[in-house]
Design a protein around this ligand. Structure first.
Ligand code: URA
Length: 240
């Protein structure tokens, strides 16, 4: 992508560039494997591995998607139009992980297709990527009622599906969008503002994770788009 094109996408995002930016900043190599992961969360992870992971551990894509489609492990299945599995390149270098499907995603069966999704597409374009070139999914595969945050119990039931998706894609880097995605992937409950700018690891598979604001938040707080641009540059550098 040439510079003009990139500036066009940045303008669409509402980001004004005053100074030529360094396009490949060195991301702190510091890996955060937080202590918070110990204790209750470690126990939950252990339970996940003991009780459910074997069911999905051997699944290939069609088998995994079929399991998700027929899942009734939590109450969310009762009200869904359909499950929202994931979309994009199954061999992508970048895996984008959001929170949960909203109303439009529930109807269309695809993640990030509403307003927030359209902004996500623009964010990806700003670093030269089409949505089809990354793999996009959510922590939760069914829509929570009234767009409430997913419950931990719901995330617990979906965790083996997500873990298998991550293992199958084997991305170079995970882009965790929003606090819920960051919290569930990393078992760290901190504001996004504290988590940005660091390189974390998705512990079960030791895959680097970059945390950023959720596009829905950026729609409400456009001033933060400049920070998300920093995160996007780190993402591009990490993906190689
Ligand atoms: N927000 C998310 O986190 N995921 C979607 O799929 C849509 C909106």
């Amino acid at each position: 992508m040439d510079t003009q094109q990139q500036l066009h996408y940045l303008k669409t995002l509402g980001i004004r560039i005053w100074v030529p930016s360094d396009f490949a900043p060195q991301l702190s190599r510091q890996r955060h494997l937080p202590e918070q992961q110990a204790g209750a969360d470690a126990q939950l992870q252990q339970q996940t591995e003991n009780t459910r992971a074997p069911v999905t551990a051997q699944s290939d894509w069609p088998a995994l998607e079929a399991k998700v489609q027929s899942c009734t492990a939590c109450d969310l299945h009762a009200d869904r139009t359909q499950t929202v599995f994931g979309t994009g390149d199954p061999n992508a270098r970048i895996m984008v992980i959001g929170e949960a499907p909203g109303a439009e995603e529930d109807v269309r069966g695809e993640p990030f297709v509403g307003r927030a999704g359209r902004l996500l597409n623009e964010m990806l374009k700003a670093i030269g990527l089409q949505r089809e070139q990354v793999y996009i999914t959510n922590i939760i595969k069914c829509r929570p009622p009234a767009n409430r945050n997913p419950l931990q119990e719901e995330a617990y039931h979906c965790a083996p599906y997500l873990q298998r998706q991550i293992a199958l894609v084997a991305p170079r880097v995970i882009f965790a969008v929003g606090k819920i995605a960051a919290r569930d992937l990393l078992k760290i409950d901190q504001p996004i503002s504290k988590m940005r700018g660091k390189l974390y690891s998705y512990a079960p598979l030791d895959i680097p994770v970059i945390v950023t604001y959720h596009p829905a938040y950026l729609l409400r707080s456009p001033r933060e788009k400049r920070k998300s641009w920093q995160d996007l540059k780190r993402l591009k550098a990490q993906a190689g």
